[in-house]
Ligand binder design. Structure first.
Ligand code: MG
Ligand code: MG
Length: 250
């Protein structure tokens, strides 16, 4: 799917899809506690969508079996919720999901602490979240994708963190993944130009050490090669004449 420009009425639907996405993530995120399984977390996401008359756009996407990707500690993305995976105090948990609503999609991810976490984990969450907002600040009509990419890279690399390069942000709309790709590294002034009416997902995936990742035998779960912690923060945003608007915010 190429770059799509949304009309005002389409953007209004995207805003609803974004609210539902964010609502589901925080509904589950605020209920995390030691002893809970990642499958139980996924059930909370499904419960929220059901209560609000929508569905997960992740379920069935490329064959993914659950409502959300739930990735713990050294898992970067695409963690499959499991009854055998129990959360414990000190874990960090990325909840990545999207609502499908009236033909459009949301997509967002937030990494939550379980109870008290280490200083290393706390710093990783703060830097990754802040880098997302650095990228969003560059998402002005007329700017280029590389401006976003460079802002994210600069913020994280200058602090010594590893930027995952195998996966990118993306356009979003009627399809979860549309053009253009939005890498978390790159050069300012390069890449496609941002136009009002575009909706995109910016999603830094940041490791404490090293940028290398590998996929586990389940064919989905991506982990850091170094074994270090990884965090993932993502918003769906709209490019507007008044600047970037975050759609996945309550
Ligand atoms: Mg995404
Ligand atoms: Mg996502």
């Amino acid at each position: 799917m190429g770059i799509t420009i949304k009309s005002k009425s389409e953007l209004a639907i995207m805003r609803e899809a974004g609210k539902l996405t964010c609502g589901a993530i925080w509904y589950a995120g605020e209920r995390l506690k030691p002893g809970m399984t990642t499958l139980e977390v996924d059930k909370l996401i499904g419960e929220f969508y059901q209560q609000h008359g929508c569905k997960s756009c992740f379920k069935g996407l490329y064959g993914f079996p659950a409502n959300a990707c739930i990735s713990v500690n050294d898992e970067v993305i695409h963690g499959i919720p499991k009854a055998s995976r129990r959360l414990k105090e000190g874990d960090i948990v990325s909840i990545d999901t999207g609502a499908a609503y009236m033909g459009f999609n949301g997509d967002s991810c937030w990494t939550f602490p379980v109870g008290k976490i280490s200083d290393e984990a706390r710093a990783l969450l703060e830097v990754t979240e802040a880098s997302l907002y650095e990228g969003i600040a560059k998402a002005e009509a007329g700017a280029r994708i590389g401006d976003i990419s460079h802002a994210v890279e600069e913020y994280c690399a200058s602090r010594g963190y590893g930027i995952v390069r195998n996966y990118c942000g993306h356009g979003i709309g009627r399809e979860v993944h549309e053009s253009p790709e939005i890498p978390n590294w790159g050069n300012p002034g390069k890449g496609p130009r941002l136009v009002s009416g575009m909706t995109i997902c910016i999603e830094p995936m940041i490791n404490v050490r090293g940028d290398d990742v590998k996929t586990l035998k389940d064919g989905w779960t991506v982990v850091t090669k170094s074994g270090s912690l990884s965090a993932h923060f993502e918003h769906t945003i709209a490019i507007t004449p008044d600047g970037p608007v975050i759609l996945t915010r309550p």
